[in-house]
Design a protein around this ligand. Structure first.
Ligand code: FAD
Length: 609
């Protein structure tokens, strides 16, 4: 047995796992509060998933339409989430977001401007008013650049290409984490009484996804193995507009900003089909004629919004319906056209989209329509946290950003993720400080636990025979696509869960070439444990929820059921290693927030509630 002294050890007050928006914002907060903070990331600083965010971050600043305020933002978020959101989180998010955006500006973020010099805000699906602060279609890049510059000057330590394997605990409390360096494969033990997860989602469990290679659900896997719970995992968002052609780029995101700037969706007959897909509930502000929608695009804020800007679940299902009815585009999607707008306007407002299509698909979007279709994009569910502190049920373990649950309910509005990161990243940092101030004793790292976790991943290198991990990943993606896709059914879900059980056994037996240095095969073996947990938790929650709500559509249970609003699906890992799902009854909604969510716009605009 290797002595603990022989393994590299690094000590911090707080270890943040993930260098995306949530992780960096949390690290800035803890550093500011005087805590020695380390950040680890699977890739390099500045390369997290957040960097890919295009459209913008939602905050009711009212710069473009002064009628906007936090109450309208809160109401939009609750309606988008089909009222399954954690009420307090949705309220805090809407209240804190404007201040957090201005703070970014103070730290050097260069946002697009209105004519009068204020931060400009654009329209996005489900948001009543232009609300997304943005930097062209490269908002995530500017967010990360600002946070990393600011963070480094606050004194946080960044450990790049360092991958968390498992959490360490002492008497139930967090004492640190085992990790390894991606280049050498050597292990490193972090001693830290607080770990903040900001590890993002698990989109890589599906074949067609907008997510990058880092999204293998590591936070979900590590958290459940340490005794934390997952919540609402059935709510996986399929973004309606991913690229569909050529095959090598299938799934890459086409920002909602295209529709926000006036892009329209048509089928192979040239029909603008979204007019036939306006749901009766929650969409009274949506235009039902082209003229009305056009007036809104032309800047008439009294007009109603075009139906292309309905929430993502509605638009994604509508595109699928066109494809299934034989009215899809040439390569199995729909057409998204913004060529009716001035060519310079398109290039200025959507520069990345212009280049993306030009270089990857040889399509000039200023003159030709794009082909788009649904792509797995975002996990609304995730690690269950306390709404005020972001701490999980494991003392010392916190979570923020996409890997945590609660804010978005059954469906996320575009732009509400970037604001989620800066609002709840900061709150996790504050929660961590409060926890440390009240912590009695100092949890220590147990040698046997470190060895057990090391064995769990070195077995992949040491066995004589075993399966290729890439084949197992491929099979996992097939199972998810076929059985836990955009439209679900009980029998398929049961079959999927059965298949995942078999796959779990195969995951235990995968094998990598026996060297830990620069070994992506071994890295994939380790990722697979987390991907399969994320996938199974998603399927279990999806089977339990016998209704269609937000991003979760059941063909055998159409429409929302009253019972669906009474609980959250909660998943935990039993001592025997089985994932179990249960219905956790929700608390009564606070009366003041209920009143706001159910008020009319006129009441909210006049601040009469
Ligand atoms: P990330 O930014 O993904 O960071 C996760 C971090 O965790 C990474 O650093 C990763 O390396 C690290 N990590 C993971 N596992 C481990 C491990 N085991 N050990 C160490 N490190 C680990 N949202 C909006 O609000 N507006 C938009 O316009 C928008 N556009 C988008 C466009 C695209 C193409 C995509 C894919 C998403 C978009 N989103 C948008 C969603 C939003 O970008 C993400 O939800 C958000 O960036 C997630 O941030 P995060 O900090 O939670 O995680």
């Amino acid at each position: 047995m290797i002595d603990l002294n022989e393994i590299q050890t690094i000590e911090h007050d707080v270890l943040v796992v993930g260098a995306g928006g949530a992780g960096l914002r949390a690290a800035i907060e803890t550093s500011n509060l005087g805590l020695n903070t380390g950040v680890i990331t699977k890739s390099l600083l500045g390369k997290a998933h957040t960097v890919m965010a295009e459209g913008g971050m939602a905050a009711a600043m009212g710069n473009v339409d002064s009628r906007d305020n936090w109450k309208v933002h809160f109401r939009d978020t609750m309606r988008g989430g089909k009222f399954l959101n954690v009420w307090e989180m949705a309220a805090v998010h809407a209240q804190d977001a404007p201040g957090r955006v201005r703070e970014l500006e103070d730290w050097g973020a260069v946002f697009d401007r209105t004519r009068t010099g204020l931060i400009n805000q654009r329209n996005f699906g489900g948001h009543r008013y232009p609300r997304l602060a943005h930097v062209g279609d490269r908002t995530g890049l500017e967010l990360i650049r600002t946070l990393q510059d600011h963070g480094i000057h606050q004194g946080m330590d960044v450990h790049s290409e360092c991958i968390g394997v498992d959490l360490l605990k002492d008497g139930g409390k967090i004492s640190g984490m085992l990790a390894y360096w991606r280049d050498t494969g050597r292990f490193v033990v972090f001693r830290a009484p607080v770990v903040i997860f900001a590890t993002g989602g698990a989109g890589k469990a599906w074949r067609v996804t907008s997510n990058s290679w880092e999204y293998t659900g590591d936070g979900y896997g590590m958290a459940t193995r340490a005794g934390a719970e997952l919540m609402d995992m059935e709510f996986t968002q399929f973004h309606p507009t991913g690229m569909v052609w050529p095959p090598s780029v299938r799934g890459i995101l086409v920002t909602e900003g295209v529709r926000g700037e006036g892009g329209i969706l048509t089928n192979s007959d040239g029909v603008r089909f979204m007019f036939d897909n306006i749901p009766e509930r929650f969409a009274p502000e949506t235009a039902d004629t082209k003229e009305e929608g056009q007036r809104w695009l032309d800047g008439d804020r009294e007009a109603r919004r075009p139906p292309e800007l309905l929430t993502r679940d509605v638009v994604a299902r509508a595109i699928m319906r066109e494809v299934k009815s034989g009215r899809g585009s040439e390569h199995g999607g729909a057409y998204l056209d913004i060529s009716h707008r001035d060519s310079d306007f398109v290039k200025r407002k959507l520069p990345s989209m212009y280049h993306q299509f030009k270089e990857l698909a040889e399509v000039d979007i200023t003159a030709q329509p794009m082909e788009v279709g649904p792509t797995l994009h975002y996990y609304m569910g995730g690690i269950r946290v306390n709404a005020h502190s972001q701490m999980t049920n494991v003392p010392g373990l916190f979570a923020a950003g996409e890997c945590s649950a609660g804010l978005h309910g059954a469906n996320r509005l575009g732009g509400n993720s970037l604001s989620d990161l800066i609002v709840f990243g900061a709150r996790a940092g504050i929660g961590a400080k409060e926890y440390l101030d009240n912590l009695s004793g100092s949890p220590t790292v147990q040698q046997e636990q470190v060895h057990q976790h090391m064995r769990g991943v070195t077995d992949f290198l040491n066995r004589e025979d075993g399966e290729n991990p890439y084949v197992v990943v491929d099979d996992l993606q097939k199972i998810m696509e076929l059985n836990v896709g955009i439209v679900r059914e009980g029998e398929e879900l049961e079959k999927g869960i059965e298949e995942l059980q078999k796959l779990k056994e195969r995951v235990k037996k995968v094998k990598a070439h026996p060297t830990s240095q620069y070994n992506p095969g071994w890295n994939t073996c380790i990722d697979l444990r987390n991907m399969i947990t994320s996938a199974e938790a998603t399927a279990l929650c999806a089977l339990q929820r016998e209704e269609s709500r937000g991003a979760h559509t059941r063909l055998d249970f159409e429409g929302e059921r009253e019972e669906g609003l009474t609980y959250n699906g909660v998943v935990h890992l039993t001592e025997s290693g089985e994932l179990k799902v249960r219905k956790e009854m929700r608390k009564d909604a606070p009366e003041d927030l209920q009143k706001i969510a159910h008020s009319t716009l006129e009441e909210l605009e006049g601040n009469r509630v």
